[in-house]
Design a protein around this ligand. Structure first.
Ligand code: GAL
Length: 419
């Protein structure tokens, strides 16, 4: 017993010693700025407690989904000035941009040391892997394309939740007659986010996967049907009014204010509504599947890696260890509106997870998982950037065949959709 105690104390001293050894400046680079920041700030505070000798620079570039961040990151990475660790989505955004260009360090050894092969789902590890290496640590799983609403508002307008696109169009007509925006959109990337969900609704999970794998032509009849449907859904939005000037938070604010009925968005909305606006899931706000996408979970994962040339590698590795730990994941996710990437984290502390997050954790375990296009899982950055222009062409021309042909051209140029 005494020997065990001594051993335990020796380990404590050792661990403490390693923690104390970390010093210098650690720059964490992300797009979690302002009212998107609380979950990251909690993680940074936790790091500070473990490694008081390190000064963290929480560097952010504001703009949902990293739309502004990525250009700054590219300038820094290509200019030989990488941050110590940066936010990047699992999948093509990580692999197709940074890993294939040899800009990231292989973290397989860290996975082995931390026992992460046993706790992160293999399908997720696959999206972080390339040519035998693993290149990032996932901090969460987000769900994209959830349909958010305020139950009290729907009641007051006499609206029930649409479960099919036809029901949605009927609800849309009624809401428009009341002067309410049926489905609120924000700046450009939120339009791509909606397109993704419409495509999934029209093509189904198999068809959607086939599109990105090169087994369904981007200009074929199925895709023309996607654009036709997208046009009808777009007619139920504020695209021609104020959408372009709204961040996703501001679009959500219109929902809360009762100016709009639905917002099809990722579950960072749950983080914003619960953590920032202090609303209760299931009571003050509700969620549903976008019509035609029941039992499909459109996923994405925020990860951090270790760039080649990271100035403070030791402190960055300690950051990555924390992100992947039970403590790190259970500090971050309850505030963020996401679920942990670790399979053992929710069950280790279920009381931390609200009713929405418990529900999502169940869905993650049981639904059909589909990688998000907008959030870099199934398509590379070049494609997503250029796809913006396809949407612009469509919004101006409303030509489904024109948009389908333009999309095919973008797929070819970007080497996406199986090209
Ligand atoms: C996603 C990201 C989320 C959230 C969202 C809105 O791309 O994965 O964590 O930040 O953008 O900015």
């Amino acid at each position: 017993m005494k020997r065990r105690l001594i051993l335990f104390l020796m380990i404590l001293v050792l661990v403490d010693g390693v923690a104390a050894q970390q010093s210098g400046v650690l720059e964490i680079f992300s797009w979690w700025a302002g009212d998107e920041g609380p979950a990251l700030e909690a993680l940074i505070a936790l790091y500070n407690r473990h490694y008081p000798g390190v000064e963290i620079i929480n560097a952010t570039v504001t703009g949902g989904a990293g739309v502004n961040f990525r250009a700054v990151l590219k300038t820094r990475m290509l200019g030989g000035n990488p941050p110590d660790s940066f936010q990047v989505h699992a999948g093509q955004e990580l692999i197709g941009t940074w890993v294939i260009a040899n800009r990231m360090q292989d973290l397989t050894w860290l996975y082995e040391e931390e026992g992460w092969f046993d706790v992160f789902p293999q399908a997720l590890i696959d999206q972080l892997s390339y040519a035998g290496g693993i290149y990032a640590v996932p901090v969460n799983i987000h769900r994209a394309g959830v349909m958010w609403y305020i139950p009290a508002h729907l009641d007051s307008w006499g609206i029930s939740l649409p479960t099919s696109l036809d029901e949605f169009y009927a609800v849309c007509t009624r809401l428009q007659s009341l002067g309410i925006i049926p489905l609120v959109l924000g700046e450009a990337w939120t339009v791509i986010h909606l397109w993704d969900q419409v495509a999934l609704s029209v093509l189904g999970a198999d068809g959607y996967e086939a599109l990105w794998q090169g087994d369904l032509s981007p200009s074929g009849s199925e895709m023309i049907a996607v654009w036709d449907t997208f046009g009808r859904v777009l007619d139920c939005t504020n695209i021609n009014q104020n959408a372009a000037g709204l961040s996703w938070q501001q679009a959500t604010d219109l929902l809360v204010a009762g100016d709009a009925a639905f917002n099809v968005m990722g579950d960072w909305v749950a983080g914003y509504l619960s953590t920032t606006l202090r609303l209760s899931p299931g009571e003050d706000y509700g969620w549903a599947d976008f019509p035609g996408t029941a039992d499909i979970f459109t996923w994405l994962s925020d990860t951090f890696g270790l760039p080649v040339g990271a100035p403070n590698e030791a402190a960055a590795i300690a950051w990555l260890r924390l992100l992947g730990s039970l403590e790190g994941q259970n500090t971050f996710n309850p505030l963020k509106g996401s679920i942990p990437a670790r399979a053992d984290a929710v069950s280790a502390a279920p009381e931390l997870y609200n009713v929405y997050l418990q529900y999502t954790a169940g869905e993650w375990a049981s639904a059909r998982l589909i990688g998000s296009m907008m959030h870099g899982v199934v398509a590379n950055e070049r494609f997503i950037g250029d796809f913006n222009q396809v949407l612009d062409i469509y919004i101006q021309s409303r030509s489904s065949t024109g948009a389908a042909a333009a999309m095919e051209a973008v797929c070819i140029q970007a080497g996406a959709c199986g090209f």
